[in-house]
Design a protein around this ligand. Structure first.
Ligand SMILES: [Zn+2]
Length: 473
């Protein structure tokens, strides 16, 4: 087996920072070797360096566990079109940005079975991914067969089921259906993930807006008010309490929803929540950009007025928000977002982001909003624990997969569609100057990104059969 020594860096984990060299043998981390920083020189001649096949100099750099993005949508059908990143292009872009695991969503269409859906998504991803991947299951058709199949999904390594209180007629589930699925999940210890927006009320507001001639992208945001995310979040929490089911709120964007989550957590309920970089860095002002530019920022829940951002950053500090995922769901501006010219309700919902999550969160570190260990915790360690991958993933420790990112905290870069690697024709952060950049990414011991080049191939990534949520007793 080949070995790599990552030498001279600062290892950052959720537990803290350590001046240490990391020895990788084959696909695993073989040793974390603390350095005596008072010692003088001669590092090149350490026994570990002499024995390694390759030495990577990480002096002045952070050495992080690879990022885990638990919310992506590659090749996802939506509104008659598909998100434009394939599993191949999307996972490669993830690797460029220091993410070494994604968990994507298999999407049950009405009238189809969960297991057939899972097979279909395996066929899309198998042999194409640059990094390791798992699946959640979107349950959009609750019936006796589906409920029985949930256990089979768990047996197949899919332990988390996403449901929607939004999108009536598409993914929407009634409160009764949600309760049934939660009861089923609770019997097996599985987690239900919820898109919490009151879609029934939203559809009325959308119809009123269109009837009044309000058709611009900003009206997408105005017809999905934060109160209706807060209400749905509270309702999901209540249903989960009745069913005694662990609940994970996806892409939380509104302070009202955060308050509901915080209250439930304070009461000891198994309620968890993630947010996404777009809600931390972008706002309703972006949706209001002129000349249909706002369509680039249409996602659901929508971008919120700026004052919600402070609540979300505070939630990340207090752990009421414990994960940052991207909800990566890219649609090109040309021909896809443009489907909604003259009718915002026809703009495909979703934004690109899988490549920039680690970098954007690093801006939170640079601005003093997150500590270094907390950055790693929300981007890697907690996602691993939440979705049954720890300690194989999410930590730099002996025996863990060698998913490692070498990160230069001093580098400067400008985000742009001209330089990103996602298969989409715009950047939501065009021209944004940021501090920090991935230098090297290892995926299970293989150097896939290094010095500005991609060195992997489709199929390097393996499917991850996941265990249960590790925060449950
Ligand atoms: Zn999503």
């Amino acid at each position: 087996m080949s070995s790599i020594l990552i030498q001279g860096g600062t290892v950052v984990t959720a537990a803290g920072t350590l001046d240490a060299d990391v020895l990788v043998t084959g696909e695993k981390i073989a040793a974390v070797l603390a350095r005596d920083v008072t010692g003088t020189g001669g590092q090149d001649e350490t026994p570990a360096a002499a024995a390694a096949d390759r030495v990577i100099d990480a002096a002045g750099k952070y050495v992080l566990p690879g990022g885990i993005d638990v919310h992506t949508h590659m090749e996802m059908p939506f509104g008659g079109t598909f998100s434009v990143d394939t599993f191949e292009t999307g996972t490669r872009a993830a690797a460029w940005g220091g993410t070494t695991t994604i968990i994507d969503f298999a999407v049950q269409a009405k009238g189809t079975s969960l297991l057939a859906t899972l097979d279909k998504w395996h066929a899309k991803a198998d042999g194409n991914c640059a990094i390791d991947y798992g699946f959640h299951m979107i349950v959009s058709d609750v019936n006796d067969t589906t409920l029985k199949e949930m256990d089979a999904c768990i047996g197949a390594g899919v332990n988390s089921f996403k449901m929607f209180m939004a999108y009536p007629g598409v993914f929407y589930a009634t409160d009764g259906e949600i309760l049934l699925a939660m009861q089923q999940a609770a019997r097996s210890g599985a987690t239900v993930m919820m898109h919490a927006e009151n879609g029934i009320a939203i559809d009325q507001l959308v119809a009123q807006a269109l009837a009044a001639g309000r058709t611009d992208p900003v009206d997408h945001g105005l017809t999905r008010p934060p109160e209706l995310e807060g209400e749905a979040t509270s309702r999901a929490i209540t249903l989960a309490q009745v069913a005694n089911c662990p609940l994970y709120i996806v892409h939380l964007s509104a302070s009202q929803a955060l308050e509901a989550v915080a209250e439930a957590r304070d009461a000891g309920q198994n309620v968890f929540a993630e947010t996404c970089p777009q809600y931390l860095f972008l706002s309703l002002d972006d949706l209001a950009r002129p000349e249909f530019e706002g369509a680039k920022f249409v996602c659901s829940p929508p971008l919120r007025p700026r004052d919600h951002q402070d609540s979300l950053w505070r939630g990340l500090r207090t752990n009421d928000l414990c994960v940052v995922s991207t909800d990566h769901c890219p649609f090109c501006f040309k021909e896809q977002k443009e489907l909604g010219r003259g009718d915002f309700s026809k703009i495909p919902n979703g934004m690109p982001g899988v490549e920039h999550r680690m970098d954007l969160l690093h801006q939170g570190v640079a601005a003093g909003r997150l500590s270094l260990p907390r950055w790693v915790e929300v981007a890697s360690t907690t996602p691993a624990r939440m979705f049954g991958l720890y300690p194989r993933k999410g930590v730099i420790a002996t025996g863990s997969d060698a998913d490692i990112v070498i990160y230069d905290p001093q580098a400067r870069q400008s985000l742009s569609a001209a330089t990103h690697h996602m298969n989409v024709d715009y950047s939501a952060y065009e021209g944004l100057e940021i501090t920090g950049q991935v230098v090297t990414t290892l995926s299970r011991g293989r150097v896939v990104i290094d010095q500005g080049g991609y060195h992997g191939k489709p199929g390097d990534g393996n499917f991850l059969a996941r265990g249960l949520n590790q925060y449950l007793l």
